[in-house]
Design a protein around this ligand. Structure first.
Ligand SMILES: *[C@@H]1O[C@H](CO)[C@@H](O)[C@H](O)[C@H]1NC(C)=O
Ligand SMILES: *[C@@H]1O[C@H](CO)[C@@H](O)[C@H](O)[C@H]1NC(C)=O
Length: 560
């Protein structure tokens, strides 16, 4: 088969220097230019394009089974997380795939570099003229109207027929950049000079570390295990400012050293410049509410730069970087998201499988559910509900938002709903089906009731106090709820590590099997798309999930 491929290809080269369409098979076609982009002229023939091939993985189903085996309480393998190598073996392409793809690249004088530990992504650079030839494509310059940024893409591409089944997809081709990552909302400066001592303990007005400690029973004592880490994702040039963190700790954690801080890991040319006016609202929030809550847990801020070519703003590069770490952080907190309809299934599924790999090695992966209620990451007009990704990936834990403390109720912006790409996983099937039967025909036709449902849990997300550029103020968003929840998990992992036990890892099968450890949130809703959205109610709901965490209950659940 390999020999035949070479023979055909070299004949063609002799004949016309360009593969003939009958041997090529269309792999993907876009019917239109995505809104917001304007089509320009052809890419200049000698512009170098950094191409990536996603090879078909040998055993994605085996990976998912292994993930559930180590994450489902009662399973004989519960807690026995895979090594990096074991997890990568499921994602690695078969030797046949490697052989046929390498032979095709060699015929074209291309040397590719593996991008992942599993070798399921390959990268190489070729001039646009060569890329047009290789993929029977028309690489064209497109301009994003609102940012003026340019992207070279093709509206269709092909693969040699004998490589179908070996190459999953090629990037950059038909997938356009998002330039539209959802993140934390605006900052409201506080008129008063706020410090911890001036606040009530209850989270009723402003939310600070001490009221969260009281509300969720979070310990103030420092963690003891240096092997246990928490990772905090940073994207789109959001920088985490050390001086703001210091001021935050001085005012709101006077019981710990104000020089407590995080380390920085760079992916895709990321950095973390420290001039005060370059501080990012989201990055400050995320580092202040992990360093400030997960007391004493080593904290790494993962700054993902703009130099990414994974088609998904560096999200995939970040996970592949972490899969190369030994060990990766046992908890990862990310408060950025996409609207699911903007992503093709191929790319979303590839990234979701990377989360399954990271979960299988023992990392709990938490994402904010979004701040637009049922209308997606941010409030927008819509006719059908807009789910957010990665929350819709079944292998991550999605976090919604609440507010107030007596009782705690849903925050009206808390995104939640149902995936149109990923089917409902069995761990949540019963809870979701109870919810669906309770609502009858409400919102019917506006969401896909057989999709993965989110969020899974929730936590405080309104009037959360941070320090930003030297000023104290508040922010709202599921962006707050995520680092708070992630910090609680990291503190449970510290206790587990101290007892010589494995970390919690992928949380959802454990959580859905034990809903009573959460404080059920039963009022509030998440309006959007000209509807009232869904309502929080007894049991799981697509506004606040199973409810808000409690440290002592989680410790008991972890067997401590
Ligand atoms: C806040 O503190 C600053 C510096 O300590 C001081 O100059 C300012 O007057 C204070 N503002 C209020 C409203 O108390
Ligand atoms: C609903 O979700 C299922 C499971 O992911 C999927 O197979 C189906 O195509 C979806 N339907 C629509 C209309 O999105």
């Amino acid at each position: 088969m390999v020999a035949a491929g070479i023979f055909v290809a070299s004949l063609l080269t002799l004949a016309c220097g360009k593969p003939v369409s009958r041997l090529m098979q269309r792999h993907d076609v876009r019917s239109d230019v995505p809104s917001g982009f304007v089509q320009g002229g052809p890419a200049s023939p000698d512009t170098m394009l950094k191409m990536r091939l996603a090879l078909v993985q040998s055993d994605p189903d085996g990976l998912v089974k292994a993930l559930y085996d180590v994450s489902t309480p009662g399973s004989a393998l519960y807690g026995q997380h895979l090594t990096r190598e074991e997890a990568a073996a499921f994602a690695a392409p078969t030797s046949e795939t490697q052989q046929v793809v390498n032979a095709w690249l060699a015929e074209n004088d291309i040397t590719a570099t593996p991008l992942t530990p599993a070798g399921d992504w390959l990268s190489f650079s070729v001039p646009a003229s060569k890329a047009n030839e290789l993929f029977d494509a028309d690489f064209t310059v497109f301009t994003h109207e609102s940012t003026g940024k340019q992207a070279i893409r093709t509206l269709a591409y092909s693969l040699p027929a004998d490589l179908q089944g070996h190459i999953d997809f090629v990037h950059p081709t038909t997938v356009f950049p998002q330039f539209k990552l959802n993140r934390a909302v605006s900052f409201k400066p506080l008129k008063k000079n706020l410090t911890e001592r001036a606040l009530p303990a209850s989270c009723a007005s402003e939310v600070t570390p001490s009221c969260l400690q009281e509300l969720y029973g979070i310990p103030t004592a420092a963690a003891t295990q240096s092997s246990n880490k928490i990772g905090v994702s940073g994207f789109i040039e959001e920088f985490a400012n050390q001086a703001d963190l210091k001021e935050f700790l001085e005012n709101f954690r006077p019981d710990i050293s104000s020089s407590t801080t995080f380390t920085v890991a760079d992916v895709d040319g990321g950095s973390n410049p420290q001039s005060r006016d370059e501080a990012g609202l989201e990055a400050n929030l995320d580092t202040q509410y992990t360093v400030g809550i997960a007391t004493g847990v080593p904290n790494v801020f993962i700054s993902v730069g703009e130099d990414n070519t994974d088609g998904i703003d560096g999200f995939l590069d970040e996970i592949n970087f972490l899969l190369g770490e030994s060990p990766p952080p046992q908890v990862l907190s990310t408060s950025y998201s996409f609207n699911e309809p903007e992503l093709p299934f191929s790319l979303a599924n590839n990234l979701c499988n990377a989360y399954a790999q990271l979960g299988a090695v023992g990392t709990s992966i938490l994402f904010s559910s979004g701040d637009g209620g049922v209308s997606g990451g941010q409030s927008e007009s819509c006719t059908t509900f807009v789910p957010t990704f990665p929350s819709t990936c079944p292998f991550v834990t999605s976090v919604g938002a609440t507010q107030g403390s007596s009782p705690e109720v849903a925050a009206s912006f808390s995104s939640g709903g149902f995936s149109t790409l990923f089917a409902i996983p069995s761990y949540q099937a019963d809870d979701v089906s109870s919810f669906l039967s309770s609502i009858g025909n409400t919102n019917s036709g506006k969401f896909n009731s057989s999709g993965r449902a989110f969020p899974d849990i929730s936590a405080q997300g309104v009037d959360v106090v941070i320090v930003f550029e030297g000023e104290t103020g508040t922010v709202d968003g599921t962006s707050c709820s995520t680092p708070i929840s992630a910090s609680i998990i990291a503190l449970v992992n510290d206790k587990l590590a101290a007892a010589g036990k494995p970390p919690l890892g992928f949380l959802n099968p454990l959580f859905y099997a034990n809903p009573s450890v959460f404080t059920d949130i039963t009022s509030g809703d998440n309006p959007g798309c000209d509807t009232n959205g869904f309502s929080a109610q007894a049991g799981w709901d697509p506004v606040t999930g199973l409810g808000t965490p409690n440290f002592a209950s989680l410790l008991a659940l972890a067997g401590l």
